[in-house]
Design a protein around this ligand. Structure first.
Ligand SMILES: Cc1cc2nc3c(=O)[nH]c(=O)nc-3n(C[C@H](O)[C@H](O)[C@H](O)COP(=O)(O)OP(=O)(O)OC[C@H]3O[C@@H](n4cnc5c(N)ncnc54)[C@H](O)[C@@H]3O)c2cc1C
Length: 403
């Protein structure tokens, strides 16, 4: 396969205009989750309308990183969904290339979970023991063995675990490829068309979606609008999904970062419900040669995509503890995205109780890229009645919202 990685604007999908008055499924949101849902429905031959108020990946899916990592998953249900998603992303990388010519940059480079002191060492070892019980392959590395696999790591870091199955993709290209793939299978893609109302009929078994230019009725409305989902469904359900801001520093530096490198404490920030600022080092190189530095978490409101300079400074300072060679690098870009977070940290995937026409696909927090591929499959299988290969009861919205 010949890699081709166009700029995101080059792969923007043209606006479709030929929409009937009804569709087997309507998907709201062309972030990576909605795009994956539209694609999974479309390849099953269903008539699909995908509605996006902006362009693909202009929400959180265009302001994130592309880690596909198993070791940080906070719960067994989302570990299972992520495992399925890893397999599906690998298949999709070839499938989407064949269908669209777009290379999603799938790379099984492996990840390193690092313990930088005695306290985090104990937590990291406990996590590895739990992951071993769940069948997640990894290898514990000390001292020279660790520095052999990641030579530019700070000499003071002496312990870590290598997860060879962990991978990465380019989320903006992956989103664009899924939208283009869905469109190639007949999906009507409505871009720059905000949904202005959703009306439920027939005791919640049908939904009517209205934009400025279209009205479409459907028995399956998939709402994948990220942190804006509660606002979209206000009046239908009070959805407990909040916005957790994360910032990224994009740098170039004369070092090599071979794996996805994360401090062990990252898993604690993912699982925490604290609203205040939390920082944990995540360092990832990309195919373009830049290095992405994260991570931060701060509860905010869904309109706040500002970059806070103080937070950026703390992210960089933390990353320097792991890669001192970054000190001679150059920061050339920064951005902030909003992770959609549910109160129990698992995504909401499935029908709203008492309103079966409305299927939620949101709440993936810091794992929406990883879990998107399987989320799309799960939604499509719910629609068609095909078997679902993972236990999904703990992902259903009825655990958090009443009928
Ligand atoms: C800094 C950062 C780093 C991250 N790194 C990773 C990572 O390495 N790996 C990983 O798995 N996850 C990561 N995440 C999390 C991941 O980015 C999100 O979970 C994921 O992007 C959510 O995708 P989504 O499709 O649900 O939402 P979004 O991408 O936000 O898409 C929602 C879409 O809905 C549209 N929309 C909203 N309202 C309307 C309306 N009224 N009408 C029509 N359309 C509407 C929006 O315009 C938007 O395009 C990271 C997040 C951040 C912030």
């Amino acid at each position: 396969m010949t890699p081709r990685s166009p700029a995101p604007q080059e792969v923007e999908v043209r606006r479709a205009v030929d929409v009937g008055h009804s569709a087997a499924a309507v998907v709201i949101g062309a972030g990576i989750v909605g795009a994956a849902c539209a694609y999974a429905l479309a390849i099953r031959g269903l008539s699909v309308v995908l509605v996006e108020r902006d362009a693909p990946a202009r929400g959180t899916s265009g302001a994130c990183e592309g880690n596909l990592v198993l070791w940080d998953r906070p719960t067994v249900p989302d570990l299972e969904l992520t495992r399925w998603s890893h397999r599906r992303w690998e298949e999709l990388s070839g499938e989407l290339f064949d269908a669209t010519g777009l290379d999603i940059e799938f790379d099984r480079k492996g990840s390193l979970m690092l313990a930088q002191d005695e306290a985090t060492l104990a937590a990291a070892q406990a996590r590895c023991a739990w992951l071993a019980e769940q069948g997640v392959p990894h290898e514990w590395l000390d001292g020279a063995a660790l520095h052999e696999v990641e030579p530019d790591l700070a000499p003071s870091i002496e312990h870590g675990a290598l997860f060879p199955m962990d991978s990465q993709i380019e989320p903006r290209i992956a989103t664009a490829a899924l939208v283009a793939g869905a469109r190639a299978r007949g999906t009507a893609v409505l871009l720059h068309e905000p949904v202005t109302s959703i009306e439920l009929r027939d005791d919640g078994r049908r939904a009517v979606v209205t934009t400025a230019e279209h009205v479409v009725e459907t028995p399956h409305l998939v709402v994948a609008a990220g942190v804006w989902t509660p606002r979209l469904l206000a009046g239908i359900v009070d959805l407990p999904v909040s916005a957790r801001k994360g910032q990224i520093a994009v740098v170039t530096a004369p070092i090599h970062v071979r794996h996805k490198v994360m401090e062990a404490g990252y898993a604690g920030t993912v699982a925490s419900s604290a609203g205040g600022l939390q920082i944990a080092a995540v360092v990832e190189s990309t195919r373009s040669g830049s290095i992405l530095l994260g991570s931060s978490r701060l509860l905010t409101d869904p309109d706040d995509r500002t970059v806070d300079v103080d937070v950026l400074g703390r992210i960089v300072a933390r990353a320097l503890e792991f890669f001192p060679g970054l000190a001679s690098g150059r920061l050339f870009r920064s951005y902030a995205g909003l992770r959609p977070m549910s109160p129990d940290h698992a995504p909401l995937v499935g029908p709203l109780p008492g309103r079966p026409a409305v299927l939620l696909a949101t709440g993936h927090e810091g794992g929406g890229v990883m879990m998107a591929a399987a989320t799309g499959e799960l939604i499509a299988r719910r629609v068609t009645g095909e078997p679902i290969p993972v236990p999904d009861a703990a992902l259903l919205p009825d655990r958090l919202v009443a009928a």
